[in-house]
Design a protein around this ligand. Structure first.
Ligand SMILES: O=C(O)c1ccccc1NCC(=O)[C@H](O)[C@H](O)COP(=O)(O)O
Length: 382
């Protein structure tokens, strides 16, 4: 074990695992961020990088940062040592691993299988679309639309939870949901009948979605802000989503350690994207509530490991102190999955949600747009 110094007047000694990773790897994270940072953020990244790299920090800069942020930098080091993304995740109660521990091992559940496949898919993608090019494309994309603002406006206008209508052809739990699937037609119908925002599935293997779908919907004149519904495990995917026209991205707490959520939320902010951070249980909710800057939390009623759906999950997670913290922090909560009737919508609204994410109950209907009034028990398009 070695110890790190954090500058002359802010000496903090911390244990750091050996060996120190090669310089090129240590700098990856910083180099990825630096070009997109505003000057204040660059300052912060500089301090964190110095801590991580065991360099002396200018005390006048270091004093601006809380010790837990500096400790995070230590986590970055552990993370970059390569050995511990799954170890750090496990410490936070995350059961979904990025990689099998042994080559012969099978995934524990469908979500883990999706994540393992996603790791391979993203590394393949990056061979033909390197980060610097994807970043350039993200910078050149038309500005992101205000996803969170659209949800708030719709809630205040209609007095019922704002609708994020999901454009999905298939899912692992339900198979094919719609044979004659035309993403643009469905998106336009949802918008016409009152959706505040749209969620576009981009995963190909399990949901038969694509980034092309996101792009064509964006270019078809649809005005609703768009959520890129993807299994994000790397920052590269966030830039790619922005380049393809996303206004928001999904970050799943069951998959991402706190440090990832923090860094990814920061990147989203820099890019003007809204981060919808999804939780399924109390532990995930508590982790996310402890992260600064979170504005939008989705409570998934579907256990992504077992497929079990129970809408009382939303109520349970919003009870007591958690609900208090959410109200105090002015966080908007989205109720996700398993919503089929006006009674379901009232139930989650009474529990405290101001938005809902709905797929199956709309997309399976012969006219998905008109089905919205049926779901809410009233016309929400006016
Ligand atoms: O829906 C699945 O089968 C699924 C499996 C594994 C990971 C994620 C999965 N779905 C994502 C979602 O949670 C839903 O698409 C979304 O919340 C809408 O749900 P619904 O209204 O029940 O279609």
């Amino acid at each position: 074990m070695e110890s790190a110094r954090i500058g002359a007047s802010t000496r903090v000694r911390v244990s750091i695992p050996s060996p120190i990773p090669p310089k090129s790897r240590r700098n990856l994270l910083f180099n990825e961020f630096a070009p997109k940072f505003s000057s204040k953020s660059i300052q912060k990244a500089t301090v964190l990088r110095c801590v991580r790299d065991q360099e002396t920090v200018d005390p006048s800069l270091a004093q601006n940062y809380k010790s837990d942020e500096l400790i995070n930098a230590i986590e970055v080091r552990e993370w970059e040592n390569g050995k511990s993304v799954d170890e750090i995740a496990a410490k936070q109660g995350i059961r979904i691993r990025r990689h099998p521990a042994k080559a012969s091992e099978s995934p524990r559940n469908i979500l883990e299988k999706i994540v393992w496949d996603k790791v391979t898919e993203v590394s393949e993608f990056k061979k033909t679309k390197p980060l610097n090019l994807v970043k350039e494309a993200a910078e050149q994309a038309p500005p992101a639309r205000d996803f969170l603002g659209a949800l708030k406006a719709s809630y205040h206008r209609n007095g019922v939870p704002a609708l994020i209508a999901e454009v999905k052809k298939a899912s692992p739990s339900r198979g094919i949901l719609r044979e004659d699937f035309d993403p643009v037609q469905v998106a336009k119908a949802y918008e016409q009948y009152g959706a505040a925002c749209l969620s576009i599935l981009t995963d190909q293997k399990y949901f038969q979605g694509s980034f092309e779908n996101l792009e064509v919907v964006r270019k078809a004149g649809v005005k609703c802000p768009l959520l890129c519904k993807e299994f994000i495990i790397e920052t590269w995917q966030i830039y790619y989503a922005r380049a393809k026209g996303a206004d928001a991205v999904l970050l799943i707490a069951a998959v991402l350690p706190d440090l990832d959520i923090r860094l990814m939320t920061m990147i989203c902010k820099e890019l003007g994207l809204t981060a919808l951070i999804e939780v399924h249980d109390e532990r995930e909710m508590d982790r996310v509530l402890a992260i600064d800057g979170v504005q939008l939390i989705g409570i998934n009623n579907r256990d992504l490991g077992t497929f079990e759906v129970d809408i009382s999950n939303t109520k349970r997670l919003l009870e007591g102190e958690r609900g208090e913290i959410i109200r105090k922090k002015d966080i908007i909560v989205v109720g996700e999955s398993g919503l089929f009737t006006p009674k379901d919508i009232s139930y989650v609204q009474d529990a405290g949600v101001k938005a809902v994410l709905v797929g199956e109950s709309l997309i399976k209907k012969s006219d998905p747009g008109k089905a919205i009034a049926g779901l809410f028990g009233k016309d929400i398009s006016i």
